[in-house]
Design a binder for this molecule. Sequence first.
Ligand SMILES: [Zn+2]
Length: 307
Amino acid sequence: MTNLSTEHSPRVRDDVVRQHVPCNLCGSHDRQPYCPENGLGLVQCNHCGFVYVSPRPDAKELYALYGETYFHNNESGVVGYTDYIKDEPNIRRTAQRRLTHLEQYVSPGKLLDVGCATGFFLDEARKRGWSAEGLDVSSFGVQYAQEHFGLTTYHGSLTDLDFESASYDLVTMWDVIEHVPDPTTYVRRAAELVRSGGFISLATPDIDSLPARLAGRRWVGFKLSEEHVYYFSVKTLTKMLNEAGFEVVNVRHIGKYVPLSLFRDRLGFYFPWLAKALEVGEKALGLSEWALYINPYDIVQITAWKR
Ligand SMILES: [Zn+2]
């Protein structure tokens, strides 16, 4: 979860080895610094425009970020989520909204959620009639989903696990593709698993969105240093999907449900008196459990159909 209220302060680990990597989308080594003021080591490919981190830690170091502390972390501006478990009701409401959208394109069938975390999305999908399975590099998330909801979840990355080819009606990747070391291989692997006529749907921060361009180096999408190694636009993600055999059917910017208290904290940064008044009102009216759907218009969801 990002935090609008603090000055952007990337923290890059200085104890890991970093290596230059070619553009994951087109293979070019021709690049130039991108937004160097933010200190994240971003470059932009001069050939296709893809923005990525280079040099950077290897895949093992990148995956090492996603242990149990990732889902319980009091420094969410650094890595992971303040308290993912506590946010369960809002994650579930957000999941319902996304499923309602997707079911316009594909009826409940076999679903694979890549980066399923603790399984809240999968559990909501199952309630709607989906045969839902997931995987995650976090063993904590995978175990939580099994123990609390009896879900079928696998520990590992999409490219390391065995799944039946052409057997899924839908593959979802929520806030995943910007984290993985080799997104092109991920999308191609998803294309193998989705049946002909099936769908993939991904959500990721949109570096070309108006909020991102207006905020410049202060864009909240830049906050999670080390975790995000790729920064997509509609153009670069569409190119990656097309080359894997997908045809884009829908592009939209999406939000999520956040607790009223989080909204109040962020408001307090700009209007402390208003936040204080809201807090008093919340307590008086018993609204502490309320949530708001907030769409910052800088997270893009792209849904594509397998040719
Ligand atoms: Zn490129």
